[in-house]
Unconditional design. Sequence first.
Length: 365
Amino acid sequence: MRKFLLFAIVIALFAACTPKSNINGTITDAEGKTIYLEHTGLTATTLLDSAKLDANGAFKFMVETPQYPDFYRIRLNNQFIVFALDSITKNINIVASANDLNQATIEGSEASVEIQRLRNSNFELQHAAIEGDTAKVAQMLIAHKRLGQEIVLANPRSAAAYYAINQTISGNYYMSPYEKGDLPFWNAVATAWDLHYPEYERSKELKQSVLLAIGQHRNSELSAQELVENIKEEGFIDIVLPNRLGEETKLSSYVGNVVLIDFSAYAMEQATAHTIFLRELYATYHELGLEIFQVSLDADKLLWLEQTRNIPWICVRDEASVQSVVLSTYNVSELPTFFLMDKEGNIIGRYNHENVEKEINRLTK
């Protein structure tokens, strides 16, 4: 009996010495509803606790303080409040209305405040995408990405920096380590986390992702000259680039059609008007044998994917952007630039918005 009592005392003392973090707050307009506290791990989300809200909406949770920065969320129906805890964060206070948890205010954790800014920006961006305002979406994508970059540069070892580089939309990263322009931000976070939290599983996963991306970039540089194949006897230079699905797509596959080769970018100021122009051409001449082979020079892959979701023509992308081998091979100095290829595979000229339709009309007769 004495041994059992001693063991119980030791366990109680150990539990008492385990550092705890408090999550307090108020969620109004949700009387009688249950909220859930969940831990968002690297591979799974785990339910930690729950609380039924009274008329005042007050709640209080207590969790073990994590050794490393980690992520949690409060769930109410299908809405979430995401926040971060680390070894020095002891108290977080959250105030929100059940009518819109996206507008929650968070105190006690600077990283959580930044995460909330990212989530608000992301929510507004997705709302604009649903409305179909492509010009607004393009501007908001740039602003959202810039916000994430600023958070990383301010403190790459923070939970907010980790959250910023791991955000996705439609399954695609806002910042991907496989994009040259984004890799430095991933590398900054991975380096900081490897330095400060070398044993943490998230640090190891980050490091592995960056190493794989660096390897792919090196392989791409070695094979860059292979993106454009040798000049064909038919009289054109083949282009081999990935489409939206990541599939290699060849210009030479469309010999037998009149092909409008369009060098452009969805980040261009005139992108909306240019896309409308292409839609009109496609609607008028596709049934007469016209194919549009659009080569996007967008540096931002996510922007490109969002803007090309509903286009009917072929669109490939060169991640090298303005340093593209294809661009230099075709001697393109401004965007947009058109070339026309006849049914025999001969490049017959360089065109612009003013004169290309007349030539397409002639070739498709």
